[in-house]
Design a protein around this ligand. Structure first.
Ligand code: NAI
Ligand code: 13P
Length: 308
């Protein structure tokens, strides 16, 4: 039996609400905070053993600095469930939380976790990772249940980047399905997408094998194959002729891949990293190419060996 724990969840969107339900179902005291709500941030994080952030990327730095001015227990463990990169710095959410709280452990939680399925109590698995193994173990115990299987992993950066980078590939997969390109095309896209994720992930310091686990390949399969994924919806609806502005205005929640793609393109250009799928998704989002032209650009590149 796991000890009852007080968990403050920051961000009451689709993912924050689903994680709150998982923790509450395990008997923990859950306090949910949202910038639109009436609860004071200070009261929500006070004495919490766990502070979990499920804030969209664009709000992470602001909320982290607001939490800095709140009194916290020295034992508090931070958990981050955001999947994005900060535009100005290319920092991951973990890097932002760790810089704000250098003396606290930070744990990443990431995996194939479409919140709508989790809210229906369908079975799912996820990964928790931290440089401090005991902190990851603690979070594993808090969330594990017969319907949510939680694994630990020693590569927090790889786990975090898997969930972040696959969002760009999910946009591409939505385009692939929207254009009705077939199963062979989808298999090629997802497989080459994974190669691209490993390439940029290795450059940023993540381990290759992490991308073949739940937080990489697992999340790639979930979001590239489900209309529940907002990122997939962006690509699918663009392939059906809608504009990005129109799609985002009607999307239920955040599609982080749109911003992540811009950050990755900046990085690819600065560091000379070859990211052909990301480049075409970027050009599509910028209205520089149509979905069909993006496909042609990818198919008509110079032929080359697979492992390059
Ligand atoms: N929905 C899902 O299935 C999953 C989502 N995620 C990730 O979790 C994060 C949140 O996703 P969702 O809950 O789906 O999005 P959402 O759009 O439903 O909710 C976002 C939350 O962030 C808050 N927020 C946004 N900007 C803010 C700001 N500037 N300051 C303070 N709070 C701000 C919103 O008020 C809201 O509570 C994203 O990074 C997403 O990639 C991860 C796994 C699953
Ligand atoms: O990350 C997710 C599932 O693991 C959610 O995907 P979307 O953000 O594309 O909806």
């Amino acid at each position: 039996m796991v000890q009852e724990t007080t968990i403050a969840i920051l961000g009451a969107g689709a993912w924050g609400a689903a994680l709150a339900n998982l923790a509450a179902a395990n008997g923990h005291r859950v306090r949910l905070w949202s910038r639109q709500g009436t609860e004071m941030l200070q009261a929500v994080v006070q004495d919490a053993q766990i502070v979990l952030s499920a804030i969209s990327m664009k709000g992470v730095r602001t909320v982290a600095s607001q939490v800095q001015s709140c009194p916290l227990s020295p034992e508090t463990i931070f958990v981050t469930a955001t999947k994005g990169l900060e535009p100005q710095t290319t920092a991951t959410p973990t890097q932002i939380w760790q810089a704000a709280f250098p003396n606290h452990p930070v744990v990443v939680l990431s995996g194939p976790n479409l919140s709508a399925e989790i809210q229906k109590s369908l079975p799912a698995a996820t990964v928790v990772a931290s440089n401090i193994y005991t902190a990851a173990q603690k979070v594993q115990l808090l969330f594990s249940s017969p319907r949510f299987r939680v694994y630990t992993n020693p590569d927090p950066l790889g786990v975090e980047l898997g969930g972040t980078l696959k969002n760009v590939m999910a946009i591409a997969a939505g385009v692939c399905d929207g254009l009705q390109l077939g199963t062979n095309a989808k298999a090629a896209l997802v497989t080459r997408g994974l190669t691209e994720m490993v390439r940029i992930g290795n450059f940023l310091g993540a381990k290759t094998e992490t991308f073949y686990g739940l937080s990489g390949l697992g999340d790639l399969l979930a979001t590239c194959n489900s209309p529940l994924s907002r990122n997939y919806q962006v690509g699918y609806q663009m392939a059906c002729g809608k504009t990005l502005t129109n799609i985002l205005a009607n999307l239920p929640g955040t599609a982080e891949g749109v911003n992540t793609c811009q950050v990755l393109m900046q990085l690819a250009q600065q560091q000379n990293i070859y990211m052909p799928i990301t480049e075409q998704v970027y050009r599509l989002l910028q209205s520089e190419v149509t979905p069909q032209q993006a496909l042609d650009e990818l198919m008509l590149r110079n032929i080359k060996p697979e492992y390059h």
